[in-house]
Design a protein around this ligand. Structure first.
Ligand code: BES
Ligand code: ZN
Length: 456
């Protein structure tokens, strides 16, 4: 790999072009959670199709919303990789907290700001840029490639599950590569080796048929917001433990060697306080990295009901609602957790209200990937070469729910998670951005990685 100065020159000479294309990609408001944006999913998919065709891929849009599938196979004796990524994004609200609109990308000397800049459009585009390097320099890619870019990662991958059933047998490959994760810190390159699973639901509590005067009827009718609070409060203790029966039965203790590795990272209270603006909290008896990596959690994402406008209003409202999810660790079964959650909320509901739990997401188990595959080794060398430091293998707390199904559908090939985000990127939050040094060094690392894969 003596050609790194040439690779860096190529990247330096193409920065304007790469950013221009990424800005186009980021302009599509591809919010998969909201149906009115499904037209944007279709448009972004068409745009990706054009980009991939420009690189010599044959491309099809499969399913609805489309899974962009591209194929490039010009080297029969070389390995075949499959790139998985997503072009949908999380809802950008609250809009008033964005310094510039979420779908009007803003460039500073440091970063590119837009919803999806880091998660995951910027990281997906880094691969397209790396491929362009090979096409312009050698006229071809050093590997064969399947590209699978979905528009529903953030909401449950429904379309991709259907597409997988039919098409996965045609996607034979030696390894899967994914760039949808982050470094532990800017100066601590990371390769993710584990992700948590998830179940997600919306809890609704229904009470009186109309809003009631809380003086006239207060004391004789259950208040749905109160009932919701009772149920939610029962779900977790002050020690951070989830109160569903048997919730921890399958959870394994931390492996000693992982614990030793994690102790070497500066993942202390000050680190998390600096990142979040909040004091450290969570399950008693575990370090922060353990809480994120190998312990399950429950969270409430939104809660509403009753009167929240200006001034006071005295009512007992008709209903109350909350969106909530549980993050799962290896060996926990999402179907079983869902069933326990359903039973629990009905058991905890006070008399006089009707409680329902609606599933908002397919749900998925936790994901783990080994570090002993040659593809992981090549990725680690590539990151080390581009970022100047050997990457740490680390479990992340986030989820890429479809990975387990993809892994199975492709016959158990290794999956390499080589992501370039930073914990400061404000993903899922206002003012999401992707740091430009991560983008450029990320592209460099991917070029080394594809070179290395081509030699396996
Ligand atoms: N890119 C993230 C997953 C991720 C987050 C990996 C943080 C590593 C660190 C992904 O796009 C994501 O946010 N997934 C959702 C899935 C959920 C909505 C089902 C998540 O984790 O919340
Ligand atoms: Zn993502």
């Amino acid at each position: 790999m003596e050609d790194s100065p040439l690779i860096r020159d190529w990247i330096n000479g193409h920065k304007g072009e790469i950013l221009g294309a990424l800005v186009e990609f980021l302009r599509f408001p591809t919010i998969s959670a909201q149906h009115k944006y499904w037209g944007a999913l279709e448009e972004a998919a068409q745009w990706l199709k054009g980009q991939l065709e420009g690189l010599g891929f044959s491309v099809r849009l499969l399913g609805e919303p489309p899974v962009v599938y591209g194929y490039y196979a010009k080297a029969p004796n070389k390995p075949t990789l499959l790139l998985y990524g997503h072009y949908d994004v999380q809802p950008p609200e609250p809009l008033e907290l964005w310094e510039s609109p979420p779908f009007a990308p803003r460039l500073t000397t440091e970063a590119i700001y837009a919803r999806g800049a880091s998660d995951d459009k910027g990281q997906v585009y880094a691969h397209l840029a790396a491929w362009r390097y090979f096409i312009e320099t050698y006229g071809e890619l050093p590997v064969n490639l399947h590209v699978v870019l979905e528009g529903q990662e953030e909401t449950g991958s429904e379309s991709l599950y259907v597409v997988l059933e039919k098409h996965a047998p045609e996607w034979r490959c030696d390894a899967v590569i994914v760039s949808d994760t982050a470094f532990f810190a800017e100066n601590i390159p990371t390769l993710t080796v584990g992700l948590r699973g998830l179940v997600y639901g919306e809890l609704s509590v229904e009470g009186p048929a109309r809003d009631l005067h809380s003086g006239t009827f207060g004391g004789v009718v259950e208040n749905p917001i109160w009932a919701l609070c009772v149920i939610l409060a029962a779900l977790k203790g002050p020690d951070g433990r989830v109160h569903l029966p048997d919730f921890y039965a399958a959870v394994r203790p931390v492996a000693k060697d992982e614990r030793r590795l994690w102790r070497q990272l500066p993942a202390n209270a000050a680190h998390y306080e600096a990142l979040t603006g909040a004091p450290l909290s969570g399950e008693v008896g575990f370090t922060p990295l353990e809480r994120i990596g190998i312990r399950p959690t429950i969270e409430i994402h939104g809660i509403w009901g009753g009167y929240t406008g200006e001034g006071s209003k005295t009512i007992i409202p008709t209903s109350a609602h909350a969106k909530l999810s549980l993050r799962l660790v290896p060996h926990q079964d999402p179907a079983e957790v869902w069933q326990r959650l359903e039973e629990f909320i009905h058991r905890m509901a006070p008399p006089g209200v009707k409680v329902t739990l609606r599933r908002l997401h397919t749900g998925a188990p936790a994901f783990e990937t080994p570090t002993d595959s040659p593809y992981y080794q090549v990725a680690a060398e590539a990151v080390a070469k581009a970022f100047g430091r050997w990457p740490v293998p680390l479990r992340e707390g986030g989820s890429i729910p479809v990975l387990t199904a993809l892994h199975k559908a492709l016959g158990g090939v290794p999956i390499v998670l080589i992501g370039f985000g930073l914990p400061t990127d404000a993903v899922h939050s206002p003012n999401e951005h992707f740091k430009l040094t991560q983008l450029w060094q990320g592209i460099e690392a991917l070029i080394y990685a594809y070179q290395g894969f081509g030699k396996l």
